[in-house]
Design a protein around this ligand. Structure first.
Ligand SMILES: C[S@@+](CC[C@H](N)C(=O)[O-])C[C@H]1O[C@@H](n2cnc3c(N)ncnc32)[C@H](O)[C@@H]1O
Ligand SMILES: [Zn+2]
Length: 334
């Protein structure tokens, strides 16, 4: 899914950085009309690559039959890439990395619930942390596909700008300890705003939410990935890479994104917009996320600013505690 080849050119050029091992690039896009353009772009960057114009499933099937394995596969798909996951994983080397993009925002975010069942095998309900939920749905599907092969996955990087949902995941020969605990359900009560989650391994009933007299109803999404979304060690190594530090190899906005993600590895999967919290406590405006993070940490809770969506807080505090903390902050600001 190389399109004009911009990503392939980048892989090729970055592999020329000092201390990088040389790479062999195989650049493919099913649209044969792009070939001349693709080859011209590679040539302009003085990169040699194998170029093909096969549908991805055919290319991957040929690689499988020929016993060819890839260290890194970059699937920059339009729509939902689920159908390609098995053939991709069959030719990804153990320890290799899959970069997976999806532009299907409707099914994982609860806006097309029937498509979510078809594309993801999962229930999807509307949730304010919609980009995060979409990434978790994609990871949940990927984990199940890898587990079918007896293999494990480790998310390295997950992010979105709301239109494309991007993952970088390491593929492991075996499941990590307790990896199955990372598949679960997340629940939210639209009425009172309570959130909860549980792993499928220990599935039990849901506790009552905070609505009076049992009026509330949980909207449940999943199965989806409830484990970490980022690997902090990988991101920190990236940020400390001397070549990245010294050069302008990544844009300032990308560096800022990495810094936000490194500070929020994605656990627990309960995330509230501060604007929603402010509205629920009747405050005129949302508290600064970092103030709320500090106040919750002082009370002994896990808390971080969501690295994925601005103005959202991730915490293990329950809703009454969260609202009370938010309310106290609003009073302090008056
Ligand atoms: C989102 S675009 C890729 C953009 C590209 N990576 C870039 O950065 O410029 C998706 C590409 O996938 C190609 N494509 C669509 N279905 C495909 C398939 N089944 N196999 C291979 N390529 C496919 C399309 O021709 C299109 O160029
Ligand atoms: Zn409720």
């Amino acid at each position: 899914m190389a399109g004009c080849g911009i990503r392939a050119v980048r892989w090729g050029l970055e592999s020329k950085a000092p201390d990088c091992v040389p790479v062999q690039l195989h650049v493919n896009d099913a649209d044969a009309d792009r070939r001349a353009f693709l080859e011209a772009n590679l040539e302009a960057a003085a990169l040699s690559a194998e170029v093909s114009t096969s549908p991805a499933d055919q290319l991957l099937a040929r690689a499988y039959l020929g016993g060819h394995f890839f260290d890194l596969i970059d699937v920059d798909a339009f729509g939902s890439p689920g159908a390609l996951l098995q053939p991709v994983l069959q030719v990804l080397r153990f320890g290799g990395i899959l970069l997976l993009a999806s532009t299907d925002g409707r099914s994982p975010t609860g806006h097309d619930r029937r498509a979510a069942i078809r594309n993801l095998g999962s229930a999807a309900r509307v949730h304010p942390a919609s980009w995060e939920i979409a990434l978790r749905q994609q990871l949940g599907l990927l984990a199940r596909q890898a587990w079918l092969l007896g293999r494990g996955i480790q998310p390295l990087l997950s992010f979105s700008e709301g239109r494309t949902f991007r993952l970088a995941v390491r593929f492991h020969r075996q499941l990590q300890p307790l990896e199955e605990q990372c598949l679960g359900l997340v629940a939210r009560c639209e009425c009172c705003g309570a959130q909860d989650f549980q792993p499928l391994l220990k599935l039990s009933g849901w506790p009552p939410c905070y609505c009076p007299e049992g009026e509330g109803r949980w909207s449940v999404s999943g199965p989806l990935w409830i484990g970490p979304l980022q690997d902090q060690a990988t991101l920190m190594a990236l940020l400390a890479d001397p070549w990245l530090v010294q050069s302008d190899a990544i844009a300032t906005s990308s560096r800022r994104l990495l810094l936000r993600l490194v500070a929020d590895h994605g656990i627990p999967p309960t995330v509230w917009p501060t604007a929603e919290l402010a509205k629920r406590v009747g405050s005129s405006g949302p508290p600064p996320v970092n103030d709320l993070v500090q106040a919750l940490r002082q009370k002994g809770h896990q808390a971080s600013a969501s690295g994925l969506m601005g103005g959202q807080i991730r915490t293990d505090a329950d809703l009454p505690d969260l609202l009370q903390t938010c309310s106290a902050l609003s009073r302090d600001r008056i």
